[in-house]
Design a protein around this ligand. Structure first.
Ligand code: F6R
Ligand code: ZN
Length: 196
């Protein structure tokens, strides 16, 4: 038997980074071009092209059935127009693969959506363990003034389907209101059939 070796990574709880992380992905506004509802605000902010979030992949683990991958995500605070900074959002390429997010710092919402466009939003704050069941698309949104930091653990063969969200969007978006964050219908939502 060729055993994979056990390992440990330490998450820096002051900033969500993982010293020794083998990959750090940085996503800027231009990487999410077209995903924010307020296109004029998005275009205006593209000159500045702020960093929206980073993903720190903990270790090199085979992307095979049986293994788990784990990573931290650090979403910066801010808005595009009234809409909070967020991740791109995706379904898993193997759509029946689930995921667990464990929130370490900050405040936000984990927005989830079935392929039919039914939306759910779970609270994210330090200590929240949020379950993403099979088939639900997911996006995290920073509704606070500090970094939103969470650890994600997911089957190594889950993969990513970004296209369905990129083309059809989420049915709802999260905007800053006088009384805090609120969910409103996404005026640009086309549905998961947008690619057909
Ligand atoms: C993995 C997962 C997270 C996200 C990360 C960035 O399945 O859900 O690690 O990949 O929070 O979000 P996306 O991938 O949507 O840019
Ligand atoms: Zn995922």
């Amino acid at each position: 038997m060729n055993y994979f070796e056990p390992l440990t990574r330490f998450v820096d709880l002051t900033n969500g980074t993982i010293p020794g992380a083998h990959v750090v992905q940085r996503r800027y506004l231009e990487d999410l071009r077209g995903l924010f509802a307020d296109t004029a605000a998005e275009a205006a902010l593209l000159d500045e092209n702020p960093l929206l979030y980073e993903v720190h992949e903990a270790a090199v683990i085979p992307k095979e059935d049986g293994h788990l991958l784990f990573s931290t995500t650090v979403v910066r605070p801010g808005t595009v127009g009234e809409e909070y900074f967020m991740t791109k959002g995706h379904y898993h390429a193997r759509a029946d693969r689930s995921e667990l997010y464990y929130c370490l710092a900050g405040e936000g919402l984990l927005l989830m959506q079935t392929p039919e466009g039914r939306v759910d939003a779970q609270p994210m704050r330090a200590g929240a363990a949020c379950y993403v069941p099979p088939y639900w698309g997911h996006r995290s949104i920073n509704t606070g003034n500090e970094d939103l930091v969470f650890l994600a653990v997911y089957p190594a063969d889950a993969g990513y389907d970004y296209g369905t969200i990129a083309e059809g969007g989420f049915a709802q978006i999260v905007v800053a209101g006088a009384e805090g964050p609120r969910l409103v219908p996404n005026p640009r939502y086309l549905g998961s059939g947008a690619r057909d």
